[in-house]
Write a protein that binds this ligand. Structure first.
Ligand code: IMP
Length: 427
């Protein structure tokens, strides 16, 4: 029998709580896969009261005997990769087997310099608000066919030769365009050679491994990073990340075919957040936004930046469900809405006096004002609720409203940060 391939995506602007959902599913999954993005992600898992943030490694690392895969679509920052492994090892938590695709591109030190220098170049009003992790410049090199892949780190003479050609160009750009210091070949080559030695142990043909896992009837989980509205094609361009964050990215980023997918899981936060620049129609700069930020702990797990907060945007959610192929919804952080009084949901936009009922192209989105419907709120603390029936009527009503509007069942509900604070409705 063929294996199960489940793909999980963030339905908003990232930070939906994907790490916790992956962790909740952990026991039933054999293979955890990251397929796009890099160390710009921050998947927070709370296990046994301890907080762990996975930036690059798949969230399944805590499970003994499981396989964790970094697919070819990821941009791998070797420094961060080795740091995360060491930290897990020091705590005795590196329990899974980890493999890395030889075709994943490597985030090099110059990518991080370019990331920051280009943001400064764009300046106020035009900057994207990147995480500064070198993600964009690394993907640029991938598509310009001048990137280094993990396999290039493994062969010292090839690495040196390739780097000398790459640095020739990078150093001209660094010095002549961005006014930065040039990077001497040895300063880049020596650490890269060491990374190669450390990585060697993890490199395997991940595409073949995943094809075999499907044939062997294994359960595979493709763990998307960031969120749909940050997708390079379908997001709020140019205020996006540089990878395909929609489910489509799962196929190019692993080599698994479209037809292998058996279930799509949308992770949806019960309200909206965004970090970085770009349009966000439901952003609330007043009291509600502040309360959501404080109660929800909405500060970037990578950069510590306060997240922009606001009510749930059903226009964006419906768009996201259509783009990704719907699926079942894991609703996170419902407990954060307790005690907020009435709850609002954005059901349409108003653009230049006209009502718009479809998620709008990014350029017009800047001008869109949210049209809200108001739903009753609840005051009870729901963080101890273990069943749907135990939730206050207004909370159940909110969940049903989302199901109706998104056209998909809400089968998992997060009511607190811990792994156990989850209501399962046939997930
Ligand atoms: P980059 O991915 O560092 O290039 O950043 C591009 C945009 O994506 C910025 O607005 C970031 O704040 C945002 N971004 C990148 N990764 C994440 C994430 O994991 N969660 C939320 N936002 C992210």
């Amino acid at each position: 029998m063929k294996g199960k391939v489940e793909i999980l995506f963030g339905a908003q602007w990232g930070d939906e709580g994907k790490g916790k959902v992956v962790d909740t599913m952990g026991a039933g999954v054999d293979v955890f896969v990251r397929y796009q993005g890099g160390a710009n992600a921050g998947h927070t898992v709370i296990a046994d009261g301890k907080k762990i943030i996975f930036k690059l490694l798949p969230s399944g690392m805590l499970y003994p005997g499981k396989l964790c895969v970094i697919g070819n679509g990821v941009v791998l920052d070797p420094e961060q990769f080795l740091k995360e492994i060491k930290e897990l090892g020091d705590r005795g938590q590196d329990r899974a087997r980890l493999v890395v695709s030889p075709h994943a591109h490597v985030v090099m030190p110059y990518h991080k310099i370019f990331d920051k220098a280009q943001e400064a170049f764009r300046g106020k009003g035009h900057m994207i608000g990147t995480t500064g992790r070198g993600i964009g410049p690394c993907y640029v090199d991938k598509y310009a066919r001048s990137g280094l892949r993990v396999e290039d780190l493994l062969d010292e003479s090839r690495l040196r030769e390739k780097l000398s050609v790459i640095l020739e160009e990078k150093n001209r750009l660094l010095t002549k365009v961005y006014g930065e210091n040039p990077l001497p070949l040895n300063e880049v080559y020596e650490p890269a050679r060491e990374w190669g030695k450390a990585l060697l142990h993890y490199v395997e043909d991940t595409t073949a491994l995943l094809h075999d896992a499907v044939d062997e009837g294994k359960s595979i989980l493709l763990e998307g990073a960031q969120g749909t509205l940050l997708d390079i094609d379908h997001g709020t361009y140019p205020y996006v990340t540089s990878s395909s964050t929609t489910t489509a990215g799962g196929f190019t980023g692993t080599g698994l075919p479209l037809t292998s997918v058996t279930r799509v899981i949308a992770v949806v936060k019960a309200y909206t957040t965004r970090v970085g620049e770009g349009p966000m129609p439901t952003e609330d700069k007043g009291d509600v936004g502040t309360r959501l930020r404080e109660k929800g702990g909405e500060f970037g797990s990578i950069t510590g930046r306060p997240r922009r907060c606001g009510w749930l945007d059903m226009m964006a959610l419906r768009y996201s469900m259509r783009l990704n192929g719907g699926g079942t919804i894991a609703l996170t952080k419902l407990d954060v809405l307790s005690g907020l009084g009435e709850i609002k949901v954005c059901t349409a936009y108003e653009l230049n006096g006209t009502k718009v009922e479809r998620f709008t192209a990014p350029l017009a989105l800047e001008e869109c004002r949210p049209v809200y419907e108001t739903l009753p709120g609840w005051d009870e603390d729901i963080s101890g609720c273990a069943e749907f029936g135990a939730l206050p009527g207004a909370a159940r009503n909110y969940v049903r409203y989302i199901e109706e509007a998104a056209g998909a069942p809400v089968s998992l509900i997060g009511v607190g940060a811990d792994r156990n604070q989850t209501i399962n409705r046939g997930f």
